[in-house]
Design a protein around this ligand. Sequence first.
Ligand code: 13P
Ligand code: SF4
Length: 328
Amino acid sequence: MKILNKEILKNGFISLNTNEKDLNLKDEINKLKKEKNAVILAHYYVKGEIQDIADFVGDSLALSQKAAETHADIIVFVGVHFMAETAKILSPQKKVILPDLNAGCSLADSCPDNDFREFILKHPDHTVISYVNTSAKVKALTDIVCTSSNAVKIVESIPKEKQIIFGPDRNLGNYISRLTDREMVIWDGACHVHSEFSLDGILEQKKNNPDAVIIAHPECPKPILTISEFVGSTSALIKFTKENSAKTFIVATEPGVIHEMKKLSADKFFIPAPGEDAECACSECEFMKLNSIEKLYSCLKYEQPEILINEEIRKKAYIPIKRMLDLS
Ligand code: 13P
Ligand code: SF4
């Protein structure tokens, strides 16, 4: 066990040994899952082949709801660290494992807890709303958590006379502020994927595909949201493409969602919006894409890397997440 821990410390995951390389890993994952009474929860941004073997695929709100209600003994969270941490906060008695500990989030990293604490102290008597894309320590400083699916509802649940701090995503914060007509003190954080879409690149795609409908996640900056015909959370975007009569969509969010969109609408076309750097696949979240079938197998087999949270922090972080779930 010590050797495994060392490997996790060094690499963030356990690599396959030579004998395991010939295994049918999907069959093995299914076997291990049954033996161990484990459930695989995956976010829509992970690779399609992982979405296909997961027990449940969802956006961050749906995944946290699943994590709260599952009867499994082990939750394998195929997503990023803050999502697995949220599952552990909600289900402390369960073992929560993440295939690769390096699967972080640039948005969560843009809000260190010590700086956020000082920010809160500078704005006393404000209600603190934090996006779920934050560390457990930031959640522990928060009054109520939100996701992109329920941010409007959460902001509207705060009495009008109360002032609000919203963190950490400035684009989502500004968008929700416009929708709800509420002034908020907004933390200056962003997601490196959503803040890097190319406005010119999207307009060029629209010129070449005039019937295509532009859709965007609210973590994108205002100029992208302004040219979008629909703005919504991951699950709202998926639902929109299923229900809308258009045949082509330009998708300004992480392109992993296109896997589900295609499943629901095989006759439609989905064009991933380009990032600023045309040379790289920068509209992909490299943290989400660290998850692989190999790492999923090894994490289920060795039940590591495991998410562990200081109990005092966990209890504090539980309160704002529970408030959100009660309102959702
Ligand atoms: P959702 O809340 O829409 O799942 O988004 C999570 C996320 O990480 C967006 O980048
Ligand atoms: Fe974080 Fe952005 Fe990746 Fe979402 S897409 S997990 S906000 S880095």
